[in-house]
Design a protein around this ligand. Structure first.
Ligand code: GUN
Length: 297
């Protein structure tokens, strides 16, 4: 392995510590803690783990966590009514509805009901539009975390060739917008892209967010490129009955060629919640009309 390891776990810890300091200052100024409401519908085990971790880390950062767990058969009207109540609740600065929702619920309708000023996930079309036109708003947590890691590693990104593999609303599209705003030359690749290895070979920055285990191979990577692996895939392990986590990048071969690479686990994963806490603190300041310097967190 020649690539430097990008330690997202350590970066996320540092970010959470900075959020903690600012959250305490917010509480002193506002006379209340910043608050994050998380809504979980149903019993998806992975979502339950995320929600538990979000709650723990929110409290550890000195903020209030409001958890709303609803049964899988919750009706749309009931869920929308809860979101409306949270929109109106002054102690709630950020609202996150855990996705995916059970199939009978319309995710777009639920997201559209969240107040854009409390949409700390950055999923509302208003915030997607703000990102697209360069206005301040909330940016989805995972791609913003990836951008932080890239800027920490590379400094100025302008003029770099960036390839984003994946075009989801949660990662691929906002990632491309963020890189474009940093003056990268951005290519969005996806399942219909022709000759993907050749497209990736041109990239100084590769962000893989496709959800296919170890798809991106080392011989696709330009020597010295920075590789950000958003994938979290569970595959059969070496031992019978055991599983292991792998990314969308074949770490063994890619780390022999790349200049720097995020591991899985311990790379992008821990950044998502840290950025969520950051977004919640930003929302809290905006909701109270308080100043938070742009470079504070
Ligand atoms: N499910 C997987 N990732 C996310 C996320 O960042 N936000 C929400 N709301 N749901 C998710």
């Amino acid at each position: 392995m020649s690539a430097a390891l990008i330690d997202g776990k350590a970066f996320a810890e540092g970010l959470r510590a900075k959020v903690g300091v600012r959250a305490a200052a917010f509480e002193a100024q506002a006379g209340r803690k910043a608050g994050l409401a998380v809504v979980l519908v149903g019993e998806d085990p992975a979502s339950e783990v995320y929600v538990r971790n979000k709650g723990k880390q929110t409290v550890a950062a000195g903020m209030e966590s409001f958890e709303h767990k609803l049964p899988a058969d919750t009706g749309e009207a009931e869920l929308l009514a809860l979101v409306e109540r949270l929109n109106a609740d002054r102690s709630v600065d950020g609202i996150l509805v855990q996705l995916p929702l059970p199939a009978h619920l319309d995710e777009q309708k639920v997201i559209a009901t969240i107040s854009p000023d409390k949409d700390v996930d950055g999923f509302h079309v208003i915030n997607a539009g703000r990102l697209a036109v360069g206005l301040p708003g909330f940016v989805p947590c995972t791609p913003l975390g990836c951008l932080m890691l890239l800027k920490d590693r590379l400094g100025d990104l302008s003029g770099k060739n960036a390839v984003v593999i994946g075009r989801s609303n949660i990662v691929g599209k906002p990632m491309a917008q963020l890189l474009l705003a940093e003056s990268c030359t951005v290519t969005i690749a996806h399942s219909r892209t022709r000759d993907l290895p050749e497209v990736v070979r041109r990239a100084d920055i590769v962000v893989a967010a496709v959800g296919r285990p170890e798809m991106v191979k080392g011989d696709w990577i330009k020597p010295g490129a920075v590789v950000i692996d958003v994938g979290i895939n569970r595959v059969p392990g070496a031992e019978e009955g055991k599983t292991r986590l792998v990314g969308d990048v074949d770490f063994a071969s890619a780390s022999a060629v790349a200049g720097a690479i995020t591991p899985v686990p311990g790379g992008v994963g821990p950044m998502t919640i840290a950025v969520l806490l950051r977004n919640t603190l930003v929302a809290a300041h905006r909701n109270e009309g308080l100043e938070l310097p742009a470079d504070a967190i």
